[in-house]
Design a protein around this ligand. Structure first.
Ligand code: PMP
Length: 454
């Protein structure tokens, strides 16, 4: 039966009212909110989520991409429980075996990571990468791309405002605060570049060549807008020439575009890479890896005799790049991450094939109903953009697309048991079956008919 959003999600609505008394806006992350109220979930298995009103949906949010093997995968669960049984604890706070094992396996897929460090989120990974770049180059300004997300901290919450009014020229975007409370210094220290526009990037970066030490990019914008190959190659070349550390934020795309991320598809090697989401299998996790010289800055002293202070070759704090964290390299999460990798190494082909089936099916529906819709993305993440424009190349193209109708389609899909946070991207998992894909496509056609009155 079709959902009447307000009537059939009454428990979610009541829940959100109660949640408002505990948390601002009733949510623990702003992204979880949407009007008129989000659906609150109570159970999820495999590809499905069940909300508080007992309605079942095929889930395409998948923990914002983190659950690449679906909800509650038994193999991941087993790896974690066995770890506790075999080792007696879930946290050492010392070096331990999985730190190397997991690292070596990540390196087989990301050979650019000559050395790596673990963090507890994608946010921490990009933050650490920026510190490493600043220390390495001695240059403290950073460049990022308009509309790219790297985590919710001040330095990177600089680029776009919802009203594109103050956004500036397309080829020279302004630095704008994306939140209240951002210190104005960040607007000076974070330079915003236009994605997919090599000439403009070259001009802006050259202008700031003595100040910018790092260029961070989502190599596929928002996980679904791919760059031109010439843009990626050119950016690699320019950053090298200008002594800037090129950082690929592959938090969304790692393990998802393909196991080795966008860098393996494009054959462009960054100096540093940040990973998160899928790599931690749905647990808080991140990785920073890259060039040996850059990573080695955070190595504490080696070869010093700690028992003889007078002989100590300990570096002073200023000589070492600080990186610590109570939970870094958490054994349970590494165990989960290894299990995810085991699964993906076997099932990646099927996952990509299923996603393609879904993407092609949706595109075919758009074409058949003569809707200006495009399915874009690579690997197991994609999105749907409604726009008469030929190719979606950057954030501004996306903002100019028909977001209102896209939202209507998303609600029409929700009514039919397809869960996606309105306007978000689709993340497919190895738990999605062929039947899920067929069910989704049937719902999609119905949704298009409803929205376009076909
Ligand atoms: N970088 C990118 C590209 C992301 O998509 C995200 C999360 N959406 C982050 C960084 C931040 O990761 P986390 O939410 O794990 O802190």
């Amino acid at each position: 039966p079709m959902l009447d959003y307000q009537k059939d999600s009454i428990r979610s609505k009541n829940f959100m009212e109660a949640a408002n008394a505990v948390m601002p806006g009733g949510v623990t992350a702003n992204i979880k909110y949407f009007d008129p109220h989000p659906l609150a979930m109570k159970e999820a298995r495999g590809s499905k989520v069940i909300d508080m009103d007992d309605r079942e949906y095929i889930d395409y949010v998948m923990g914002y991409g983190a659950l690449v093997t679906g909800h509650g995968d038994e193999r991941v669960k087993k790896a974690m429980t066995e770890y506790i049984e075999n080792h007696g604890t879930w946290l050492f706070g010392t070096p331990h075996a999985l730190e190397i094992e997991m690292g070596k396996r990540i390196q087989t897929h990301f050979p650019s990571m000559e050395l790596l460090r673990y963090t507890n989120s994608g946010t921490e990974a990009t933050l650490l990468a920026l510190r490493m770049a600043a220390a390495y180059t001695g240059k403290h300004k950073v460049a990022k791309f308009e509309g790219h997300y790297h985590g919710g901290y001040d330095q990177m919450l600089v680029s776009v405002s919802p009203s594109m009014k103050e956004a500036g020229e397309e080829r020279e975007p302004n630095s704008l605060p994306e939140s209240k409370g951002i210190h104005p210094s960040h607007l000076r220290n974070t330079v915003v570049l236009p994605f997919n526009d090599l000439k403009a990037c070259e001009r802006i970066l050259t202008e700031h060549r003595d100040e910018i030490g790092a260029v961070m990019i989502e190599p596929i914008q928002s996980g679904f807008i791919p760059p031109d190959l010439s843009f990626m190659k050119g950016l690699r070349q320019i950053t090298k020439e200008l002594n800037m550390v090129l950082i690929f934020d592959e938090v969304k795309t790692g393990y998802r575009t393909c196991l080795g991320g966008v860098q393996s598809i494009y054959g462009v090697t960054p100096d540093l890479t940040a990973l998160g989401k899928a790599v931690g299998g749905g647990f808080p996790f991140g990785v920073v890896g890259g060039k040996r010289d850059i990573l080695m800055q955070s190595a504490p002293s080696h070869g010093s005799d700690v028992f003889d202070a007078s002989q100590s070759k300990n570096k002073t704090a200023q000589d070492v790049l600080f990186h610590s964290g109570t939970y870094n390299g958490h054994p349970m999460i590494l165990a989960a991450g290894m299990a995810v990798l085991d699964i993906l190494e076997k099932e990646m082909d099927v996952l990509l094939q299923r996603t393609n089936q879904l993407k092609q099916g949706i595109q075919e529906i758009f074409d058949r109903y003569q809707v200006n819709g495009k399915v874009i993305g690579m690997g197991s993440i994609f999105s749907v953009v409604l726009s008469p424009k030929g190719k979606i190349r950057n954030y501004r193209d996306l903002q100019k697309s028909d977001l209102a109708t896209r939202k209507e389609i998303d609600f029409a899909l929700l009514k039919r048991g397809i869960y996606l946070k309105p306007l978000n991207r689709y993340s497919v998992s190895t738990a999605h079956t062929e039947e899920d894909i067929r069910t989704t496509l049937t719902a999609y056609e119905e949704a298009i008919k409803e929205v376009y009155g076909g």
